[in-house]
Design a protein around this ligand. Structure first.
Ligand code: NAD
Length: 368
């Protein structure tokens, strides 16, 4: 099947690409579903081997955003952008402003934010060209970097997992293995250490772990050893598809709960974790803290409200885990069901989000 036929047989509403050879911008935006509202999802900048892999990533990540917003109770749809470039070498003001003009052309159907390879400074350039960006700096009335909020949300969800699986409500003394010491991973290491946990951490860019070794009970391990530590919890916080047929048999933990998007390589990986009695916190349910935080930016940012929303991740997770235990169903399937039921219910009230309403040809008078 050709790529375009694959897209037509899938469930994405819209997939667009943008190319500016002069500036060096090659990007794809995938809008998965806007039944609940405009599609919101970060922009990932990554040196993809080829454009097909970038497209695949945009499609998978945007679907995840639909489910994340739905489970989080937000009136947002799911979308994602990928820029095919090396974030360490190819960032420029022109590139992000050019990307901003492209987003503006989508008329509000897609709202961007930061993701792997992009940060709050990049959002500032995008903001110069479009207001359809969140996670902009506080000085511009934004909510800033969402990563600390994502980390907070992971901690809330983890509490529910620990209660369900280990029958306790304190974290002290538990071991946790954090894969990736980037924006979210580093915050998680700080939080876990502060809560008296034994923390293992790794990163392909080892320098990112340097500042963490001064914290209490933090040990840096090799990237390949992270799956086999004696930690109670494995916390994927780097890239996706890390739970697969090669890694799952190596896990010694009782719980998998982390911030990374698309942790399961495929649905079978979720089934296999369940079969092995390893509790899996569905990624899009536990990592919604950052999305919750940025989602209130348009209404006037309020930190108290953000905290209240993020606290809710504990209850969402608790419900998913209860359903999973009661019905003997893998956790990821229970989470999907929560999302799909909400989308189905709300879509009866309204259609998909078609962008801001403004006259297409201002000034043109229709005479009858
Ligand atoms: P980041 O780019 O700041 O950090 C990712 C880190 O992972 C980098 O330091 C990178 O070197 C490291 N890494 C990559 N592959 C690795 C591997 N195989 N082993 C060990 N380390 C590896 O990204 P981030 O913003 O911290 O996001 C981390 C994950 O959480 C991503 O999957 C992202 O989609 C997801 N997420 C982030 C947010 C947010 O608020 N930033 C919100 C929801 C989900």
């Amino acid at each position: 099947m050709s790529k375009i036929e694959t897209l037509f047989s899938g469930d994405h509403e819209e997939v667009v690409f943008f190319n500016d050879p002069g500036i060096g911008l090659k990007c794809i935006i995938a809008i998965h579903n806007t039944q609940l509202g405009p599609a919101l999802g970060g922009v990932r900048m990554w040196n993809y081997e080829n454009a097909d892999l970038a497209l695949e990533d945009a499609l998978r990540l945007s679907r995840g955003m639909t489910y994340k917003a739905a489970v989080a109770g937000l009136n947002l749809g799911g979308g994602k952008a990928v820029i095919i470039a090396d974030p360490k070498a190819e960032k420029s003001e022109a590139l992000f402003r050019c990307f901003g003009t492209f987003i503006e052309s989508l008329n509000g159907r897609y709202i961007t934010a930061e993701d792997v390879g992009t940060d709050v400074n990049d959002m500032e350039y995008i903001f110069m060209e479009t207001s359809n960006v969140v996670g902009v700096a506080e000085t511009h009335g934004g909510s800033g970097d969402p990563s600390p909020w994502t980390a907070k949300g992971v901690l809330e969800g983890l509490r529910a997992c620990i209660e369900r699986k280990l029958g306790r409500d304190d974290l002290r003394g538990l071991g946790v293995a954090v894969q990736g010491a980037g924006h979210v991973g580093a915050h998680l290491v700080h939080l876990f250490s502060r809560h008296g946990m034994r923390v293992y951490v790794c990163d392909i860019d080892r320098a990112r772990c340097d500042s963490l070794t001064d914290l209490e009970n933090v040990t840096v391990v090799n990237t390949d050893d992270i799956y086999e530590t004696d930690a109670d919890i494995f916390c994927p916080s780097a890239l996706g598809a890390v739970l697969n047929e090669k890694t799952i048999p190596r896990l010694k933990c009782k719980i998998v709960a982390g911030s990374a998007n698309n942790q399961l390589a495929n649905p079978e990986a979720g089934d296999e974790l369940f079969r092995r009695k390893i509790l899996y916190a569905p990624d899009y349910a536990i990592n919604a803290g950052g999305l919750m935080n940025v989602s209130i930016e348009f209404e006037g940012y309020d930190e108290l409200r953000a905290n209240r929303m993020i606290r809710n991740i504990y209850y969402v997770m608790k419900t998913i885990l209860q359903d999973s235990a009661k019905e003997n169903l893998p956790e990821y399937r229970c989470a999907d069901r929560v999302a799909e039921r909400r989308i189905a219910g709300i879509s009866r009230l309204r259609g998909r989000y078609m962008g801001h309403t403004k006259p297409t040809f201002p000034g043109r008078v229709v005479r009858r």
